[in-house]
Design a binder for this molecule. Sequence first.
Ligand SMILES: Cc1ncc(COP(=O)(O)O)c(C=O)c1O
Length: 339
Amino acid sequence: MICEAGACAENVTFANSGTEATMYAARLARAHTGKDKVGLFDGSYHGVHDYALTKADPESSRSEPRAASLGNGVPKMIPDETMLMLPYRDPHAFDLIHRHRDELAVVQIEPVQSSNPRLDSGEFLGELIEVCRKNGVLVLFDEVITGFRIEYGGCQEYYGLTPDLVTYGKAIGGGLPVGAVAGRAEIMNGFTGKEGAPFIFCGGTFSGNPLTMAAGTAAVTTMRDQKETLYPYLHEQGSRFRETVNEYCRREKIPAQVMSAGSLLHLIFQSGAIEGQRDIGDDYRSAEARFYLHLMNHGVIIPGIHVAFFSAAHTPAEVDQVIEGFKASFEALREDGAF
Ligand SMILES: Cc1ncc(COP(=O)(O)O)c(C=O)c1O
């Protein structure tokens, strides 16, 4: 089913998490190209293995960001010598890819960044694939969030683009832990060494376990059978939510905005335009923390890093209830003196 849905997916290998999937995909790309470096974008998230825990050093230049590790305990040589940080939605990334083409195995990108979700990056993604092809660098779409969520065929379908590799997780597990790497057969052969492909080691006690595969198959079957109505519904609710809340914030001069891509939503406490994560300041951090506490008093829980999702189970009336909860929580913050 993954191979039918994903534009670049000729073969698929299962893992237990999105973290494992991105780890295998990078290893596969290194083996296939014989090069060591992995490119990634400022503001991205690809999981918690040592090579994924790379952020842009906030002190470094915006158009030529420097890779630094996220948190302690990651060997310094990983960000310094094995990762290339690229500026997001900035054509300077293409110059950097060209300059580093002899050491760059793959560029990985979330086709929608959960830190600032939006659907207007199609041109940038298309150009990225073109530039990478010209320079002998593979492209990995990390669709751990967007796969089977933005469309049935993920962002590959939404944008009509075909990367070399794709990673999945979350939605394909039907609620159980899962990850998957899929891609062009010639590259994927690395998992088996078939047809002389450079073999990579992979394994995991629970990878592809029958329980997850059964739950995932059931979930993906439901999504496939309902895709004509399911995805338009999710896009409609997400857009309606974003537009209604943003109109309210503009009218009431609340320094916040909802960014969204289909059913994936992120409220950002800033009123100015946002190109990438670097544009998001800290001015309202304490207001933001309190906002989510107020929201709970209105029956809406958005836990963790405050990335939120509508699902097919949310009715339009429940979306309205979330909108009302947002408005009431903004008002409560204003009464608290937060703005
Ligand atoms: C784009 C992306 N890649 C990878 C991961 C890691 O997946 P997991 O949490 O299953 O390890 C995540 C998790 O949020 C993600 O959003």
